[in-house]
Design a protein around this ligand. Structure first.
Ligand code: GNR
Ligand code: NI
Length: 172
């Protein structure tokens, strides 16, 4: 297992649209293992392959505090959505920022599991929000895209400034 590097906004690679997984094999299962390890270490409640610079339609999530409900969703598709919820979202690719985003309250999703078997799952609450957030990543979309241009630019500038200061500190 290995920890993977997480791309950060405004890295243009986060804008890549992921393509469908063609084959669920041991290599993909190894990537899924590394993505869970990276997500739990962060710590985070979800991770999309896009964030680790793999442009395949694959996401992992576990919204429990005790790592008890890991889900790996391959080629996920939303079949139904209902209701509207607004909640504060964060993103491992936009570290340190939390802003309100509107999502469907309840979703039904079809996907392949890590054995390549087709499954359907209903989700609500934080799990539904997280799956929608991760599926956006697979289309090159970030939660900051729902904010005003001014807010998004402010976040980008602060992240870039923080990174410049970090590299200057490391050079000392
Ligand atoms: O860890 C995460 N927390 C979170 C909180 C509210 C809404 C969405 C998320 S997903 C995020 C991890 C991440 O960036 N996944 O792409
Ligand atoms: Ni994210």
């Amino acid at each position: 297992m290995a920890l993977l590097n997480i791309l950060e906004f405004p890295d243009p690679r986060l804008r890549t649209k992921a393509t469908a997984v063609e084959l669920v094999d041991d290599k993909l299962r190894a990537l899924i293992g590394d993505m869970f390890e990276t997500m739990y270490a962060a710590p985070g409640i979800g991770l999309a392959a896009t964030q680790v610079d793999v442009h395949k339609r694959l996401l992992v999530t576990d919204v429990t505090p005790d790592k008890s409900e890991p889900h790996a969703l391959i080629n996920p598709e939303i079949l139904e959505k209902d209701g509207v919820v607004i909640s504060d979202e964060g993103c491992l690719s936009v570290p340190g920022y939390f802003e309100e985003v509107e999502r469907a309250e309840h979703i039904r999703v079809r996907f392949l599991d890590r054995n390549g078997e087709q499954k359907e799952m209903e989700a609500e609450g934080l799990l539904a929000i997280c799956i929608q957030h991760e599926m956006d990543h697979l289309d090159g979309k970030l939660f900051v895209d729902y904010l005003s241009e001014a807010k998004r630019q402010r976040i980008r500038k602060k992240l870039e400034k923080g990174r410049r200061q970090q590299s200057a500190a490391v050079a000392l």
